[in-house]
Design a protein around this ligand. Structure first.
Ligand code: URA
Length: 230
C-alpha cells in the first residue's frame, strides 16, 4: 500500500491532511522521514508519525531447509508429510516455499513470509542459477552438454528452455544449472534423451548454497549476508 493511503486510513485523517503530514516530514518508515506519498509500504515496515508508532512491522522470516526425499513441497497434504511439518516455528501458515521441489527431490529449499523477496529469487527474469546434482538410469549422452546449452523445445508450453550448463561428473552423474524453473524441468530435459532421473538434489539457488551442516530434514534461518543480496 502507498504511504499516503495508509495515513489517510487513520481515524480523523483526510487525504488532504495526509498530504500535509507527508510534506512536513512528520512520517517515517523504518526510522527515515518519508515525504513521498507514493512510497510503497509493507507489513514488515515500522511506521511512525511524530515519533508515535503506527505500525510495528512484522519480522520478515527466511529459512533454509535440507528437504528430505518423501516429503511434499506444499503447505498441506492429506497423505504425506510436508516441508512445513519439519519446521518448529510459530505462525507457519504465513510461510511459503520459494521454488518447489518434487516429492523425491532433496536439497536446498527456501521458506519465507516475504513474497517480494522470494519472487526476486525465483522469477526467471532474474536469471539466477539453480544448480542440481543429477543421477540417471542410463549413461548420459555427452551431446546433452551442447543441447542443454542451446535450449530444448518444450511442446506443452511451446517454449525453448534457456541455456543451461551441464557438467558431466560420471557416466550417470552430472551437475546441471538452470536459469528458470519449469515444471519437472530437469526430469523433462533428460527425458528428452530417453534417460530417467533416478536422484535429484538441489545444491544452490542464486547466491544461496545449501549449508553442508544441515542433515536431511534440518533447517536454519538465513543470515543477513544471505538475505541482502537478493
Ligand atoms: N526439476 C525437476 O524435474 N524436479 C525438481 O524437483 C526440480 C527441478
Amino acid at each position: 500500500m502507498r504511504l499516503d493511503r495508509f495515513l489517510a486510513n487513520l481515524p480523523a485523517c483526510s487525504h488532504r491532511q495526509a498530504r500535509l503530514l507527508l510534506a512536513s516530514g512528520r512520517a517515517s518508515v523504518n526510522g527515515q522521514p518519508v515525504r513521498d506519498g507514493t512510497h510503497d509500504i509493507r507489513v514488515f515496515d515500522r511506521i511512525e508519525l511524530d515519533g508515535e508508532l503506527l505500525q510495528a512491522g512484522k519480522p520478515a522470516r527466511f529459512y533454509m531447509l535440507n528437504k528430505p526425499a518423501g516429503c511434499v513441497s506444499a503447505t498441506a497434504d492429506p497423505a504425506h508429510p510436508t516441508v512445513l511439518d519439519l519446521l518448529n516455528e510459530p505462525d507457519k501458515a504465513e510461510l511459503h516455499i520459494a521454488g518447489r521441489l518434487d516429492f523425491n527431490t532433496t536439497g536446498l529449499m527456501i521458506l519465507t513470509n516475504d513474497g517480494l523477496w522470494s519472487r526476486r529469487l525465483t522469477q526467471p527474469e532474474s536469471l539466477l542459477g539453480k544448480t542440481y546434482l543429477v543421477e540417471t538410469e542410463d549413461p548420459i549422452d555427452p551431446i546433452c552438454v551442447e543441447r542443454f546449452a542451446q535450449g530444448l523445445y518444450f511442446g506443452y508450453e511451446n517454449l525453448t528452455t534457456r541455456p543451461a550448463e551441464l557438467q558431466l561428473l560420471g557416466s550417470r552423474q552430472a551437475r546441471l544449472t538452470l536459469h528458470e524453473g519449469r515444471y519437472h524441468q530437469v526430469k523433462r530435459m533428460f527425458g528428452h534423451f530417453r534417460n530417467k532421473v533416478t536422484a535429484l538434489h538441489r545444491e544452490r539457488m542464486g547466491p544461496l548454497t545449501l549449508d553442508p551442516t544441515l542433515a536431511p530434514g534440518q533447517y536454519r534461518r538465513l543470515t543477513p549476508a544471505e538475505i541482502d543480496p537478493i
